[in-house]
Every structure is written in C-alpha cells, then in structure tokens.
Design a binder for this molecule. Sequence first.
Ligand SMILES: [Fe+2]
Ligand SMILES: [Fe+2]
Length: 303
Amino acid sequence: MKTYDFNFQLGDIHNRRNHKLDRILNKRFKSTGNAPSSKAHWNAHSFGLENIELYKNLNAKEKDLLLKELSMDRIQEAYHIEKSGIAYGSKMTLLSETMDERVLYGSFTGDEARHFKLIEKYYDNSLNNDITDNCFLNFLSQMIEKAPKRSLVFMIQILLEGWGLDHYSSMANECQTQELKTDLKSILEDEVVHHGSGVILFEENELTKDERKIVMSSLASFFQMVQVGPISIMTRLESMGLELSRENRISALEQMNAYESTVYKLNVLKRLMKKSGAKGIIEELDHLGHLQAFSTEQMAACF
Ligand SMILES: [Fe+2]
Ligand SMILES: [Fe+2]
C-alpha cells in the first residue's frame, strides 16, 4: 500500500523566512516590496455596513478604523489562502497519475506562489498572524494536509476555487486601491483555469466510499460556516466597544440583509457543485439541511 506522509506546516510556515532568498524572489516575481496603504481598501458598502444604524452612529475616526480592520481581515485571509494554494498544488503535483496532470498541477503551484507574492505586498507583518482561531483557515489546512486526491479536487478546485472566483471578483470590482484591484484581477485569470480543470477532472462516480465520506464531512463543516452568516463582520463591529443586545444584533443583521446574502452565497455554491455533476452529493447535503441559510435569529445567537 502506498503511504504519503505530508506535513505542509500550513499553520506557521509564514513565520520562518530565509532572507538570503529575498533578492532572487523579488526579481522572480517583480515584487515591489510592501505597499501598505494608509486608507481602507474597501468601503462600507463592500462589507454590507452602509445601512446598519450601529455603523452609522460611529464617528468618522471609528468608521475609518473599522474599515481598515475589515480590509486587513480580507488581505490576511487571502494571504493564508494563497499560501495554502502552494501546498495544495505541490501535493497534487506529487500525486498526479499522468504527465498531463503533473504539468497542470506544477503550473498551478507556480501560479499560487505568484498570487502569494502579489497579496503579500498588502499584508501587514506587524499583525498577529496566528491563524489558530480562524475556523475557515484551519479547516482548509487540515483538509489539504489529510484528504485524498479525488476528495480534494472536489473540495478545493470545484468548491473553494469556484467560490474564490465570485469572492475575488467582487473584491476586485469594489476595491478602492488601484494596484490591488489590478493584482486581484490578475489572480482571477489563473483561478478560472484552476476551477475549470477541477470541473473537467471530477467524476462523482469515481469516488470511493472513503473519499465520498471525506467529501461529505468536509462539506458539512464548510457549509455550517456559510449558513451562520456574516459573523466575522459582526464580531468586528462589536469590537468597536459596542455592547450589543440580542435585539441589536438581529436588527444589524437585518439591516445588512444577512439572510439574503447568505442565501445568495449558498446558491452560488450549489451552482458550482451542480456544474461538476455532483448530483448525489447535492441531494445528500440538501437532505441534511446544509443548503439552507440560518434565520437572522439563529445567526444572532452564533456570536
Ligand atoms: Fe490563488
Ligand atoms: Fe488557485
């Protein structure tokens, strides 16, 4: 039996750098070094905040601080996702069963390294970059580390990279920093290919019982994170020193159309799975109730 012992050290590899390679990597990726911005990269509308009374009541300085923090949350997430992308491409390159697959995944690894270097320019190194509290990033790294190849094609390329297309494209369209907007659009061009090849490679019928089991349990964890609504934005809002009652939370969620935007996200994900022909998987997820958004009341109880 073949065994693979992968340890991608996704949690904290970013803390270990070799500055002897700076010059060559900067040249390779034409990196211009850090491009920190003194302003937020996205406005209140982009985070769904503009109609929330609690947000409107903040003073200009507080609004600015909140938007900067939320912008940095997006950059930080993208930074770790691209870092995970390099590990994913590397694993799939090694596990390739044909030369064509190996060339494909080898090129993906290079793409993800380029994406990482593009996003790194906007990353604030002084931030606490401990990601152990981030459910999504932990889920992603665990999956890349442990899941078998065919389960990963579905979870990473079809679902998450497809989802990334939608997410990165609104991030690019709404971005207020021209250089970042251009970088996000350039990442998107590669992600179309990453997602598209997943759709071509995946066949639901080819999944073994174990591979399918892993897909279903990964989907259950991931969909729960989507169903609960925009919790991270609400948590940031609360961190502005606001004591929120249950009613306050429900009103804020209603004012940001949290239920509708969650239904929209779930539909995007359903469409992505449908495109890959994963009929049985969708039916099972639907049956388990994972394709339904939580009510605003349920969302308010989750943070
Ligand atoms: Fe990427
Ligand atoms: Fe990708």
